[in-house]
Design a protein around this ligand. Structure first.
Ligand code: IPE
Ligand code: IPE
Ligand code: MG
Length: 253
């Protein structure tokens, strides 16, 4: 996966991670039940997926349900679960036609058998697709991801497949979610909060962080373009100085 360059020569993010926040407040403002906000949130998600396909973005990872969201009222959790099932059923065939490869990250064992079945069907149907990689984080927590990697690595050390000295950052990285793709270049959070909320805490180490007050159901094509434009103005230094980067660009051109 490499950085995408659009028709104007601008480098677009290859991988975008989104915390889709603000559904509840969007509904409250309209005196609607929170469920209406989540439903409107699905439409916003569809728009962003379509935008990523249009812009040839290689990967989009969306936070659909965090490991902490089980703490919400039972009625809201069960509404969200039904919405996942109905959304997957309604959208997957269309996504498949658009050559989108759908994957879920997170601990799916806590979901109902029905939902786990829909998740598996979506993954199997789209697994060979070569277009946008759409990763859906469901019952996902960044700390869970890190602890899970530790467990898997420890198992390999205990059974002798790996040595303690084999453990380094690259090796660890291969055991966390999304190891098959580069880390997110751009992180977007809507809804005004400026926090990670236990999203991809390992993978976001060097992502550009973009926060907007817009509530997720209101997030429009223009708002998405604004985030991309903001990203194209960043200088990604990865510890180097700005002058070093300008010098190496001059050598390359
Ligand atoms: C994000 O919107 C969707 C989920 C967490 C599932 P919220 O439901 O958190 O909306 P607010 O933050 O209460 O407005
Ligand atoms: C993060 O949003 C999780 C999702 C968007 C699915 P929350 O609304 O749950 O985050 P906090 O708890 O306010 O930080
Ligand atoms: Mg929220």
């Amino acid at each position: 996966m490499t950085a995408m360059i659009d028709s104007t020569g601008t480098v677009l993010p290859g991988h975008i991670a989104v915390v889709m926040d603000g559904n509840g407040r969007w509904a409250n403002k309209r005196h609607l039940p929170r469920a209406a906000g989540h439903k409107a949130g699905v439409d916003a998600t569809r728009r962003v997926v379509e935008n990523c396909v249009k812009n040839n973005i290689e990967a989009l990872t969306i936070f659909a349900f965090s490991s902490e969201n089980w703490n919400r009222p039972v009625s809201e959790v069960s509404n969200l679960m039904s919405l996942f099932v109905s959304t997957i059923m309604a959208e997957v065939k269309k996504l498949n036609k658009k050559n989108v490869c759908v994957k879920f990250i997170g601990d799916r064992t806590r979901f109902s058998e029905k939902l786990q079945g829909k998740i598996n069907e979506a993954e199997v149907l789209t697994e060979k697709n070569t277009g946008l990689h759409l990763n859906i984080a469901a019952n996902y927590g960044g700390r869970w991801d890190i602890v899970n990697a530790c467990r898997l690595i420890t198992e390999e050390v205990i059974n002798g497949d790996k040595k303690l000295t084999d453990i380094d950052e690259a090796m660890f990285d291969s055991f966390v979610s999304l190891s098959e793709m580069p880390a997110p270049d751009l992180f977007i959070r809507t809804g005004g909060e400026q926090r990670i909320s236990n999203f991809l805490i390992w993978q976001l180490a060097y992502s550009e962080l973009y926060f907007t007050d817009i509530l997720w159901p209101d997030f429009s094509d223009e708002d998405f373009d604004a985030a991309l434009n903001w990203y194209t103005g960043r200088q990604r230094r990865f510890g180097k100085t700005g002058t070093q980067l300008l010098d190496s660009e001059a050598v390359e051109s």
